[in-house]
Design a protein around this ligand. Structure first.
Ligand code: MG
Ligand code: NI
Length: 480
């Protein structure tokens, strides 16, 4: 008999979501959906505020991705004011970005995705969690906690605050790096590089070989990819041009301030998340048999779109990865592998930037003056390409804002991957906890942050806010 399976909450992701899987009379999967059940709405409530406040307000979207929003917002402000930050400011921003990436990727690999790999997808959920990891691998867990703490401390030295930073400002960076702090950071960076090297070696030996069958059992969705590269085609996470790659591997590059020529946003009645798609590839469709306009962002996308990585250890890993899986690689769980290559790149990039003599220059900002303009900022966030797009009036007040967040790009692919995984694993109405967790693993591979991604507030979606007192008596109802 037809039936709906619900996985709620989806655990070890950032934000709140549930999965619904519809089984038909034969017990096979008709459809699966990831429903995101929260709303941030930043595109609306920053209207009418001074644009220079955005780099301070936007990081509040999320406690996990504040640096990405901080930097994309600062870059959008540079564009609104029509200024170019001094080279040292750009390097300090990129340095902070790379440290934040390391912290995020370590968190995801060991504590969010890690439980599935270290304890097994079928392990009971009572141990398949952070506490389970602490018990199963206490030495590794202790080291991971220590290095994450170290990365947060590095951000405090660079920007005074690790979370909800304010150091990047329109026109630059407010805190030059003192030489003695640079020396202190340089020592710390050796320890983060050691953990990055250990992580990929450990995973290639103990984790990935064990789960290649699980990875393949989920089936494949075939999509295009989007990511940032430098002019020479090298991977870059702070700045560059966007590269849109077709599922077949051909690509087109474009400046990020022309993103609306390449990306449209589709909406569905059942989600507060929009569905960006590549508009030059035709209309939007998530049909597994005949998808259209679908591309992915985040680690796997970046490994696919770049021609090379300009740090030696990460480049060697990329070459091995490409040899094994081709370009573009499509298996969704390879996001986890790609994440560790990126961890290594960031650890190397931090050292490179700290050894750059210009990093301690005291020229870190230029003056800005309000004007009516539109400015677009784009960076790679750990979770994908992040675009902030602001328009201001002559007083510098925001009149329009659009955000496309890393996870938003992956909304359609996440829904497709979950449908594909459910179809591959559930037959004749048979499933167990391990099967449902393996479906969840496909979402986790994308490392989504749904809190960051829910900004849809248009006439087609209704929002109702019930205000109740402590006893639950309805006092008022607000609607849009
Ligand atoms: Mg948007
Ligand atoms: Ni976030």
């Amino acid at each position: 008999m037809a039936k709906t399976l619900v996985i709620q909450p989806v655990t070890r992701i950032e934000g709140h979501a549930k999965i619904t899987i519809q089984l038909n009379d034969a017990g096979n999967v008709d459809l699966a959906r990831v429903n995101v059940i929260e709303l941030r709405g930043f595109e609306k409530f920053c209207l009418g505020r001074p644009v220079e406040d955005m780099p301070r307000i936007m990081p509040r979207i999320c406690g996990v991705c504040p640096w990405s929003h901080h930097l994309a917002s600062a870059k959008a402000c540079d564009a609104v004011f029509g200024v170019e930050p001094p080279p040292a400011a750009k390097k300090l921003r990129e340095l902070c970005n790379s440290v934040a990436f390391m912290e995020e990727h370590i968190l995801h690999f060991y504590f969010l995705a890690g439980a599935d790999f270290l304890l097994g997808p079928d392990a009971d959920y009572s141990i398949r969690n952070v506490v389970g990891i602490l018990k199963a691998a206490p030495e590794i867990a202790r080291r991971v906690v220590k290095v994450r703490h170290l990365a947060a401390h590095m951000l405090e030295i660079l920007a005074a605050k690790a979370i909800h930073p304010q150091a990047a400002v329109p026109g630059g960076f407010s805190k030059p790096l003192a030489p003695e702090n640079r020396d202190q950071l340089r020592k710390m960076a050796d320890e983060t590089l050691d953990l990055a090297k250990f992580s990929i070696a450990f995973a290639k030996e103990n984790v990935f070989p064990k789960y290649m069958e699980t990875v393949k059992s989920l089936g494949v969705i075939t999509t295009g990819f989007l990511g940032t590269v430098k002019d020479n085609g090298a991977l870059n996470l702070y700045d560059g041009k966007l590269r849109m790659m077709t599922p077949e591997g051909s690509f087109e590059d474009f400046p990020y301030d022309r993103y609306t020529d390449y990306i449209s946003e589709h909406i569905e009645s059942w989600s507060y998340l929009k569905f960006p798609y590549a508009k030059k590839w035709g209309s939007f469709s998530m049909d597994l048999a005949k998808p259209s306009g679908i591309y992915r962002t985040n680690t796997l996308a970046r490994m696919n779109v770049c021609d090379f990585i300009d740090t030696p250890l990460a480049q060697a890993e990329l070459e091995e990865f490409r040899q094994k899986f081709g370009r573009p690689a499509q298996l969704t769980l390879l996001y986890n592998w790609a994440r560790l290559i990126e961890l290594l790149y960031n650890a190397e990039n931090v050292i490179r930037l700290l050894e750059d003599p210009e990093i301690t220059s005291t020229e870190t900002r230029v003056k800005v003056t309000p004007r009516a303009a539109r400015g677009i900022g784009c960076t790679e966030a750990p979770r994908g390409t992040l675009i902030h797009d602001y328009t201001t009036d002559a007083d510098g007040m925001i009149t329009n804002a659009n955000l496309i967040v890393g996870t938003t790009h992956n909304n359609a692919p996440i829904n497709m991957s979950v449908t594909q995984a459910a179809k591959s694993l559930i037959h004749d109405g048979k499933y167990d906890q391990g099967v449902l967790n393996t479906v969840e693993m496909t979402i986790r591979a994308y490392d989504p942050c749904f809190s960051c991604a829910t900004h849809r507030l248009d006439g087609k979606v209704s929002v109702r806010l019930d205000i109740v007192d402590a006893e639950g008596t309805l006092l008022d109802t607000l609607t849009n």
